[in-house]
Design a protein around this ligand. Structure first.
Ligand code: PAF
Length: 284
C-alpha cells in the first residue's frame, strides 16, 4: 500500500489509472478506523480495480467548542488495518496541504443541512461538503462509499453530487453495530466504561420505536414523546439533542409516518455526542 501525502501526486496517479481504464473506489475517513469503515473498504475492494482510502481530520467540520484537537488519531494502527484489506493507496494529507494559506472557497448545500445535526452543529456540513468536494477532485473516484450512521451527511453528499453534476456514484452502506447494538463510531472511544454501558440506550430506543410502529402507532409526536421519556427514565444523565421522525429524502419533519421515514437520534453521554438512526418503509 502506498501512502500519499501530496494532492498533486494523488491526482497524477488517479489520472494514470483513468488512462489505463481502471475503476476507482474511494472511502473518505477521519481515521480511528473500526469495522464500520472496514465494511466500506471491503465493498470498494469487491467492486473496483483500485481502492483509495483517505485519512484527514478535517478542522473545517468541527465547531470551536468541539473535539477537533482530541479527536482520536491512530495512524499506525489504521495503516496496518488498511494494508490487510489490500487498499492500494492511503491518502494522508496535512491540514496545510489541503487548506494552504489564503484558502477561501467553500461548498454549501442549502436546505438539507438545516435540521437534525445541522441545528446543533452550525457550519459542520459546510466543512464536510467542502472537504469531500476537494477529496473528490483530488482522488477522482468513480464511486465513493459512506456509512448510513451519518445519514444526514450521506443525503447531503448525494444531493451535492447531483446538483454539481459530479460524475461519481455515491453508495450508502448499512450501520455496523457492536454485539450489544451500539452503532460503531470513532467517538465511542471517548466513553468511560459506565457511559459505554449506558450508550446502548440509543439502540434500545430504536428497538422500542420499531415495536410501537409494528403495533400500528403512526403519530410522530406520540412516538417522539414515548422515546424521549424512555431515554431519560432509563438513563437520567443522558442529554437528548434530538429525537426526530423525518422524511428520509428531504429530512423534513413528518407528523404522520408513511412511506420512507427516518428516525434519527442524537444523545449526549457526558461530553460525548452519539448519533444513531433507523429507516422505516411504511405503506401509504
Ligand atoms: O464521515 C466522516 O468521517 C467525515 O465527515 C468525512 C466524510 C471523511 C469528511 O471529513
Amino acid at each position: 500500500m502506498r501512502v500519499i501525502e501530496r494532492c498533486d501526486e494523488m491526482q497524477k496517479l488517479a489520472r494514470s489509472w483513468h488512462k489505463e481504464g481502471l475503476s476507482l473506489g474511494f472511502v473518505p475517513t477521519m481515521g480511528a478506523l473500526h469495522e464500520g469503515h472496514l465494511s466500506l473498504v471491503r465493498e470498494a475492494r469487491r467492486h473496483h480495480d483500485r481502492v483509495v482510502v483517505s485519512i484527514f481530520v478535517n478542522p473545517l467540520q468541527f465547531g470551536p467548542k468541539e473535539d477537533y484537537t482530541r479527536y482520536p488519531r491512530t495512524f499506525e494502527q489504521d495503516k496496518s488495518l488498511l494494508e490487510k484489506e489490500n487498499v492500494d493507496v492511503l491518502f494522508y494529507p496535512s491540514v496545510e496541504e489541503l487548506y494552504p494559506q489564503g484558502f477561501q472557497t467553500y461548498v454549501v448545500v442549502e436546505k438539507l443541512p438545516e435540521p437534525l445535526c445541522g441545528r446543533s452543529r452550525p457550519g459542520h456540513f459546510r466543512g464536510v461538503t467542502t472537504v469531500v468536494t476537494k477529496l473528490f477532485h483530488i482522488v477522482m473516484p468513480h464511486e465513493a462509499y459512506f456509512g448510513k450512521k451519518d445519514y444526514q451527511q450521506y443525503r447531503i453528499i448525494e444531493r451535492m453530487v447531483m446538483d454539481l453534476n459530479m460524475d461519481i456514484r455515491i453508495t450508502p452502506m448499512p450501520i455496523v453495530r457492536e454485539p450489544d447494538g451500539l452503532a460503531m463510531s470513532s467517538r465511542n472511544r471517548y466513553l468511560s466504561p459506565e457511559e459505554r454501558q449506558k450508550a446502548r440506550i440509543l439502540f434500545r430506543a430504536l428497538e422500542l420505536a420499531k415495536e410501537c410502529i409494528q403495533k400500528g402507532e403512526r403519530e410522530s409526536s406520540v412516538l417522539t414523546e414515548k422515546l424521549k421519556s424512555f431515554i431519560v427514565n432509563e438513563v437520567p444523565e443522558a442529554r437528548i439533542d434530538y429525537v426526530a421522525f423525518v422524511d428520509a429524502l428531504t429530512l423534513e419533519d413528518v407528523s404522520r409516518l408513511r412511506g420512507h421515514v427516518l428516525l434519527a437520534l442524537a444523545v449526549f453521554l457526558g461530553n460525548t455526542r452519539l448519533i444513531d438512526n433507523c429507516e422505516f418503509f411504511l405503506e401509504e
